[in-house]
Design a binder for this molecule. Structure first.
Ligand SMILES: Nc1nc2c(ncn2[C@@H]2O[C@H](COP(=O)(O)OP(=O)(O)OP(=O)(O)O)[C@@H](O)[C@H]2O)c(=O)[nH]1
Ligand SMILES: [Mg+2]
Length: 200
């Protein structure tokens, strides 16, 4: 599948505003500043689709993008922004929890982890949370352009050991160098089509 036409649909901050129509959803999560919005821009081939910022904690809302009228790509608030006040942190946690508990058409979560660092405790919590809710997820390593081939391979091994996932399950990406978009499109396509074929 090629992801062609991206359209921003809306931002939401509470369940009453969430999109609950029939279209499948694919959500993007990860700690603040990991590169969620940049990844959307890479997929959309449009640097202005999702707002990016070098200031962490930029995306505080649930942002919905329609792709080709087939699927919603959903940019979720980042977690673990160290400098956020306690009340803002709580609010983010609530938005994430609300989103996962109120979105019944969620087919896949793209969980972003910075390729330069070991997953944080919050990343591990997020994985456990998704497993518990039985939500399929795909690990995406971001900012691969910041590492040499060797360093990247070393980190992929360390990350896969740390979270006990087979490294063949990771997709390495760079929004700057536009690496990994095709693999992600394939993962999204698979996630959407598995459901459709088993429904028939
Ligand atoms: N070198 C490089 N920098 C990147 C890449 N992806 C994102 N960045 C930079 O990382 C910073 C954060 O990127 P965002 O896409 O805004 O991150 P986010 O996860 O949406 O952040 P929040 O919305 O705050 O949770 C920006 O300065 C980006 O330019 C990448 O693949 N390579
Ligand atoms: Mg963002």
């Amino acid at each position: 599948m090629r992801l062609i036409n991206f359209k921003f649909v809306k931002s939401a901050s509470k369940p009453a505003e969430f999109i609950t129509d029939e279209l499948p959803q694919v959500a993007i999560v990860g700690r603040s500043n990991v590169g969620k919005s940049s990844l959307i821009n890479m997929l959309a081939n449009n640097k202005k689709m999702a707002k990016t910022s070098s200031t962490p904690g930029r995306t505080r809302l649930v942002n919905y993008f329609d792709i080709d009228g087939k699927v919603y790509l959903v940019d979720l608030p980042g977690y673990g922004f160290a400098q956020a006040s306690k009340s803002i942190k709580k609010e983010w946690d609530r938005v994430l929890d609300d989103y996962f508990n109120n979105t019944h058409n969620l087919k896949l979560v793209l969980l972003l982890i910075d390729s330069r660092h070991l997953p944080s405790e919050l990343d591990v919590m997020m994985i456990n949370y998704l497993v518990e809710l039985n939500i399929p997820y795909q690990i995406i390593l971001t900012k691969a352009d910041k590492l040499s081939r060797n360093e990247l391979n070393k980190n992929i091994n360390a990350i896969s050991n740390h979270i006990r996932h087979n490294k063949s399950m990771f997709i390495s990406t760079s929004a700057d160098k536009k690496i990994g978009a095709e693999q992600i499109a394939k993962a999204i396509d698979n996630a959407i089509n598995i459901e459709t074929s088993s429904d028939n």
